[in-house]
Design a protein around this ligand. Structure first.
Ligand code: HSE
Length: 448
């Protein structure tokens, strides 16, 4: 049986999972591929660590460059992470005509355009299924299953750490800080959780799938990003009262000549399947002209789920090698000469629904003042609810709006914040409701 040699760069958590699958499922994979995938070399700074796997003697080395330039290695699997040495090694591997598999979302989101052009010019495969949504086959779904469809939108949960934290606050009333500490204690959240909780990790993933779905260059810098660190149990409780869950949402919409791409906490109706995705799970709803709506759900992180996605890429690439058809599927789905630079709609231009929470003094005319300012900016209210007195002498007023423009909302909230009766910074959470949005757009004859 033919052999295809794999070189693994980095044997941390996911790298170890990849090694485990390749070694323990060697015969199973060979029976499906028609060739043996041999894990020939592994580069890691710690070559002595006990990883619970029986490796062939001499597999481990310290110098990753030796693997990248080894003429016997066919596929390089980059599991180092970061944007420094990982990028250099991938470029060297491509230069040496190796096929490359990576799970490195930050690298693809930031430098993907360069890496992809280099790989396509060389005619090698560069695969990154595991960079988005862990085990969820979203890259393959967009690039292959939906290749004939026009994708209209992709919305969902792409960060398990944030979903775990929000679920914990919802379940037991933990504060954000307590929920984060719990996520760290059980190993979901990193010691420095900034990338996850401030939304950057989700934005990396959103940039990648938007590019795949709409045939545009990867465009991270124009994505609006807002994290979950200001979400409190008060807002989660208010949301629940009105039939919503709060999730850190990745939102990508094809608006014809522009694209909406944003990451922020959003209220999702209980009717939306994704609202019931809890704990560290991920889910994405994709809507296409032909397929309608479909939801992909699964583990978005973790050693074995992510490793499973990496191995699926290794197998795809191996099959292409066996058929001498590397470069068969354009890396960004669209042929490189058809990739366009589609602008991302600035956040101020979007229209959506809003939830506001105001802390105000309980005095005559306060509600009228707030409603007056909102009205002056054409922000129409759907529900208004006044909560009881709080310990600082303020009361809470909660409002839900009809469709409004973000720029108008910002101006209105800035004026409201300046009122002497307002005792705290107003809270704004966007509401994601595609069905209602379509209905309103029809009424206004506005194109969405
Ligand atoms: N830290 C991510 C998460 C997984 O919590 O989902 C890797 O992107």
């Amino acid at each position: 049986m033919e052999k295809i040699n794999v070189g693994l760069l980095g044997c941390g958590t996911v790298g170890t999972g990849v090694a485990k699958i390749l070694i323990e499922n060697r015969e199973l994979i060979a029976s499906r591929v028609g060739a043996e995938l041999v894990l020939k070399r592994i580069a890691d700074i710690d070559i002595k660590k006990e990883r619970g796997i029986v490796f062939d003697d001499g597999v481990f080395i310290k110098d990753a460059r030796e693997i990248v330039s080894d003429p016997e290695i066919d596929i390089i699997v980059e599991m180092i992470g970061g944007k420094g040495i990982a990028k250099e090694l991938i470029l060297e591997a491509i230069e040496n005509d190796k096929q490359v598999v990576t799970a490195n979302k930050a690298l693809i989101a930031d430098h993907g355009n360069t890496l992809i052009k280099t790989a396509e010019a060389k005619g090698v495969d560069l695969a990154f299924e595991a960079s988005v949504g862990g085990c969820i086959p979203i890259v393959k779904t967009i690039r292959e299953s939906l290749v004939g469809d026009r994708i209209r939108s992709m919305t969902g949960i792409l960060n398990g750490t944030c979903n775990y934290i929000l679920t914990k606050i919802d379940d037991d009333g933990s504060t954000f800080k307590e929920a984060l500490e719990q996520a760290q204690a059980i190993g979901f959240a990193e010691a420095d959780p900034t990338l996850d909780i401030e939304g950057y990790d989700t934005a990396h993933k959103l940039a990648i799938i938007s590019s795949l779905a709409y045939g545009m260059e990867i465009n991270l810098e124009d994505i609006y990003i807002e994290g979950i660190s200001r979400i409190s149990s008060i807002d989660i409780e208010c949301a629940k009262e009105f039939g919503f869950k709060i999730k850190l949402f990745a939102i990508s919409k094809n608006r014809g000549g522009t694209v909406e791409a944003r990451v922020h906490p959003a209220m999702i109706s209980f009717d939306n399947l994704v609202s019931s995705v809890n704990g560290s799970m991920n889910a994405v709803e994709i809507t296409g002209d032909a397929v309608g709506s479909m939801v992909l759900y699964g583990h978005g992180a973790g050693m074995m789920p992510t490793a499973g996605a990496v191995v699926s890429d290794i197998v795809d690439v191996a099959r292409n090698l066996l058929s001498h058809v590397t470069g068969r599927i354009p890396i960004l789905s669209c042929r490189s000469d058809k990739i366009r630079n589609i602008p991302v709609l600035p956040i101020d231009e979007i229209h959506t629904y809003y939830y506001f929470r105001f802390s105000v003094l309980d005095r005559a005319g306060v509600l009228a003042k707030i409603a007056g300012i909102l009205g002056a900016y054409s922000i129409s209210l759907k529900y208004v609810n006044q909560k009881g007195l709080r310990s600082n002498g303020s009361i809470t007023i909660v409002m839900f709006t009809h469709l409004a423009k973000e720029a108008d909302v910002k101006k209105a909230l800035s004026e409201i914040s300046a009122l002497d009766v307002v005792t705290d910074i107003p809270v704004l959470i966007r509401i994601e409701d595609d069905l209602e949005e379509e209905e309103e757009a029809k009424k206004e004859e506005r194109c969405i």
